[in-house]
Design a binder for this molecule. Sequence first.
Ligand SMILES: [Zn+2]
Ligand SMILES: [Zn+2]
Length: 175
Amino acid sequence: MYRILLFKFTSIDNIVLKEVITYLRSKNFEAHSITEITHLNASMFNWKKLQYDAKKIMDYIYEKYSGLPYDSIIGIGCIDAYTENEEYILSYSKGKISLIFTYRYRDNDGGADLSKFIERVKKEVLHGVGHTLGLKDCTTPNCVMREVKNLKDIDNKGLNFCPNCMYLLNIHYKS
Ligand SMILES: [Zn+2]
Ligand SMILES: [Zn+2]
């Protein structure tokens, strides 16, 4: 069974974290979480863009957590982040770490209710887990491993791995 560690780098509604953990357990992952917030520091913030530099956050988190005995380490935080190539990103993965940036997971008009927001977070957490376990972005329409550029893309895909991604995961499945 794969072991997943969840942590937050901003305060996150407890309901959200609980729902994500329950969801991962329902998918047969062993999920644990760190209660305390892992604080980011000002050097990761770009004052011109008023956004965080995802790579700088990743470097910091990677150094701090990649040695922990988990197969997958997922950070969730309500911040707006960018990379060299993307004006903004919804998540960012490297090795066994994946970061979920939820700042843009609510509709622009503030319309998304909590359950919609949670569903989006769940999908991108599972997508991140897939990457940390070696899966690539998938083109199967309903697959949770589909690459997303915006909220519509998230809403249009399903909450599960497609059979092929499931098969690839099981090749490495640990008993
Ligand atoms: Zn991806
Ligand atoms: Zn797939």
